[in-house]
Design a protein around this ligand. Structure first.
Ligand SMILES: C[S@@+](CC[C@H](N)C(=O)[O-])C[C@H]1O[C@@H](n2cnc3c(N)ncnc32)[C@H](O)[C@@H]1O
Length: 289
């Protein structure tokens, strides 16, 4: 049952790289009893929604360095009616808005940072792949072939998420090392940082960059405090590896999760399996076995 349960979990932010489909595989390694669940690279928070439903921790901390993402989660959790209604308005605006409508909403978001504008442009942009420039402005273009999630489906996802998270979720905006600074041995931290391939070079997917050294330093701090954690980090598609493995001296267990067919490769006419690594803190594998 648990293996298919993700299909029913709400998922209001269709983020490229969301862990929605992988959630049951990752979740299999999550302890049953958690005081506070932390997801400091939350994005669409697919794992937090999974954990809220399957592990029911009394507290959930959603963190992201992107302030409007934090605002969007606050709007979804605390004001589901108003948020769903405003999404419907923005979405329906495209019916009369003409070809420049997406860019107008994107400009409005870049000027004002409104979270529901962000939700709409994430839903409508190419491959649901957020792209920000150095100034933090959203730069991804419209996908002309799709309209983005319809308002009724979005309203259900917003209300479902609010019901799962309300009263126990705390939103934090900031670097992951700060938003997890109070995590302890009875808590659990799930991390899905941007891949190294998206944090260097020209294709900078996220507004903030995260180097490997800073990541390793932060992991050392968690290990020193005996905080249990799972980290999605590197992987491979069709034999091509992305992201160097983490240093062995951290003592983490590396699992290979079969994430299914690569949609990018399928678009390019190739059939390739994507494998994602999941690193577990010491003792976690045995604890669940
Ligand atoms: C790969 S996405 C996470 C996707 C998420 N697992 C999901 O299911 O949607 C990485 C997220 O980390 C955020 N981020 C990037 N650098 C960060 C940092 N230094 N501290 C906290 N969050 C960061 C990005 O804004 C982005 O939302």
């Amino acid at each position: 049952m648990e293996g298919r349960a993700w299909t029913r979990l709400p998922h209001p932010i269709p983020y490229q790289g969301s862990k929605r489909a992988l959630a049951p595989l990752i979740g299999a390694h999550v302890p049953n009893h958690i005081e506070t669940w932390f997801e400091p690279f939350a994005g669409s928070a697919a794992m937090s929604l999974w954990a809220a439903h399957h592990r029911k921790p009394p507290r959930i901390v959603l963190g992201d360095v992107l302030a409007p993402m934090g605002e969007l989660w606050r709007a979804i959790i605390d004001r589901p009616d108003a948020t769903a209604a405003r999404y419907g308005e923005v979405w329906r605006g495209q019916e009369q808005g003409g070809p420049g409508y997406f860019n107008a909403v994107r400009d409005r978001y870049n000027a004002g940072g409104d979270p529901v504008d962000l939700l709409y442009i994430v839903c409508r942009c190419v491959k649901n792949a957020v792209r920000f420039n150095k100034a933090g402005h959203f730069t991804q273009s419209v996908d002309k072939r799709r309209l983005g999630m319809a308002p009724a489906k979005m309203a259900a996802a917003i209300h479902g998420s609010s019901a799962l998270l309300r009263g126990r979720a705390e939103i934090r905006v900031g670097d992951w090392t700060q938003t997890t600074a109070d995590a302890g041995p009875a808590d659990f931290v799930y991390m899905d940082p941007p891949y190294l391939g998206t944090t260097v070079g020209r294709d900078r997917r996220y507004a903030e960059q995260l180097g490997r050294e800073r990541l390793v330093g932060g992991l050392r701090a968690l290990l020193a405090r005996r905080v249990p954690f799972a980290l999605s980090y590197d992987g491979s598609t069709g034999g091509r590896h992305y992201g160097p493995p983490l240093p062995e001296e951290l003592g983490l267990t590396r699992l290979a999760l079969h994430a299914g067919k690569s949609s990018q490769a399928t678009l390019a006419g190739r059939s390739e399996e994507t494998i994602e690594s999941l690193y577990l803190s010491p003792g976690l594998l045995d604890a669940k076995a």
